[in-house]
Design a protein around this ligand. Structure first.
Ligand code: FES
Length: 127
């Protein structure tokens, strides 16, 4: 499963928005560090967070159990499973927010912005 990722902090630094149609194209041209933007392969039996960790990336997390939202990501493309027992409100899930600690890719390709816990909408959820 191919995952293209981008650190939310880069959006803040460059003044980009999650809604930008060409967000990943801009990122690919911005000469970002390899932890900020890049690609990784996730195995079918790995959650997105595990996949990132097992490839050497340090993405944020805390509980690893769907209860704190520190591991939240935003889906630009593709789909990530969301277990029934989780802290993400439906309204945010519908907009494309997911938890990476217990979310498994269910599409062959994913584009995700990780580290979105700094978004105001998610602040209240962070424990
Ligand atoms: Fe707490 Fe994912 S690490 S919900």
């Amino acid at each position: 499963i191919h995952v293209e990722f981008l650190d939310y902090e880069v959006l803040a630094d460059y003044g980009w928005s999650l809604d930008d149609d060409d967000l990943f194209r801009k990122a690919s041209h911005a000469n970002l560090g390899e932890a900020e933007y890049g690609r990784l392969l996730v195995q079918p039996d790995e959650s997105l967070l595990e996949g990132a960790e097992n490839r050497g990336f340090g993405w944020p997390f805390s509980c690893r159990g769907g209860a704190c939202a520190n591991c939240a990501v935003y889906l630009v493309e593709g789909e990530l499973s969301q277990p029934a027992n989780h802290i993400m409100p439906d309204a945010l899930a519908e907009r494309g927010f997911r938890l990476s600690c217990n979310g498994y890719p269910v599409s062959d390709e994913l584009k995700v912005v990780f580290n979105v816990k700094h978004l105001p909408e998610l602040d209240d959820l962070i424990l």
